[in-house]
Design a protein around this ligand. Structure first.
Ligand code: GLU
Ligand code: ZN
Length: 364
């Protein structure tokens, strides 16, 4: 079996350290086994669309050396797969799933849903979609579609339980009762994240789905989709979050949570990538300094941790200093020069400055 992994970010304008770590692990895992790494932009949520966000993802991955292996041709280079360019595909599969009984058209208006939701919450229960439209007759559905009534397509969650395997967390079983008949295709004709993600993982023949643990609880719904289509379920590898401290996730709001934040501060890209690799993965040896090539060799799923990783800025700075000291004199000068100029040291003996500073500088 060919190992095929993907990084599937939603374009938010920002590549979080945790996101880059997911990309890195997916890349390393594929490369270790001579497999393929794919980039897929999950942009079907138009409300969250951020101008220029996709470019941030491309440029960061390229800079970090995580080049993807496939994608639509964009003038001699591989573009990533972009979900909004693939909308017809999801529509076709949604209709197929309806025909197979795994999904159904829903014509409920927002007002109708609000009334029913209120009644249920007033009784102290949580509202789940009540399968009202599952019981519409074929003729009724046909005539509403012919009239052009707005509709969504919902997943038809069957009774029973769902079990799936995660290579880190083991076998997980949930009662389908806890799952909602979520929308797969929205009224605007675009798929939801949940649906497009599954269709694409299947079509792109992803063997191992690697992503954050925040998706662990949605995985049963995805599994039911695979089953509804009669598709093989991929293997899952869910990774714990990157934390600021024991209580808090590393978040954009606190600043210093993206690749760019650190690159702009003068951390070397190899050091950032090296440090991120160690955030939640243990090589099983004392080695801490790894090139990307060495990481491809050393990486293994067995070394991934079940518990959240705490981002340690001091450790990254220490590692960065190791990289700075190991730079060739030419490279050191290249990085240092803009700072010499900024500091008004134009015309000084740079060779002397280099010799004094290289052993002492931690970050450019
Ligand atoms: N689009 C999802 C995100 O931005 C990806 C989840 C996945 O990898 O399946 O987090
Ligand atoms: Zn309905």
């Amino acid at each position: 079996m060919e190992i095929r992994t993907r990084f599937a970010p939603s374009p938010t304008g920002y590549l979080h350290i945790g996101g880059l770590r997911t990309a890195l692990y997916a890349y390393l895992f594929a490369k270790k086994y001579n497999g393929k790494f794919i980039l897929r932009i999950e942009d079907t949520d138009q409300e969250r669309f951020v101008e220029g966000a996709t470019e941030v993802i491309y440029s960061t991955l390229h800079e970090a050396g995580l080049n993807w292996d496939e994608g639509p041709d964009i003038g001699g280079d591989y573009g990533p797969y972009v979900q909004t360019d693939r909308r017809d595909i999801y529509k076709k599969y949604a209709e197929e799933l309806v025909a197979r009984g795994g999904a159904y058209y829903c014509f409920c208006t927002k007002d109708e849903l609000d009334v029913r939701r209120e009644a249920v919450t007033a009784a102290g229960e949580t509202f789940k979609y009540d399968k009202h439209c599952l019981h519409l007759s074929k003729d009724e559905i046909k005539s509403r579609l012919a009239q052009g009534c707005p509709y969504v397509i919902r997943q038809n969650i069957p009774a029973g339980t769902t079990t799936f395997e995660d290579l880190i967390f083991g076998s997980i079983t949930v009662d389908n009762d806890t799952l909602d008949d979520n929308v797969l295709m929205k009224a605007d004709g675009l798929p939801t994240y949940n649906f497009a993600n599954v269709v694409d993982d299947h079509l792109m023949q992803i063997s191992h789905v690697m992503r954050g643990t925040e998706y662990l609880s949605s995985s049963p719904k995805y599994n039911l989709l695979y089953e509804g289509f009669g598709w093989e379920v991929p293997l899952y590898i869910h990774m714990p979050p990157v934390m600021k401290n024991a209580q808090k996730k590393l978040s954009k709001r606190d600043g210093d949570a993206s690749y760019d934040d650190f690159a702009q501060k003068g951390y070397l890209k190899d050091a950032i990538v090296n440090y991120i690799a160690l955030l939640g993965w243990n090589p099983g040896t004392m080695q801490e300094k790894f090139t990307l090539e060495e990481l491809k060799e050393a990486f293994s799923v067995e070394g991934l941790s079940k518990s959240p990783a705490i981002f340690d800025a001091a450790k990254m700075t220490w590692l960065n200093a190791e990289y700075v000291r190991a730079l060739s004199p030419e490279d050191f000068r290249k990085y240092a020069l803009p700072y010499y100029e900024k500091a008004g040291l134009l015309g000084y003996r740079y060779d002397i400055l280099d010799r004094i500073l290289q052993p002492r500088v931690e970050i450019f």
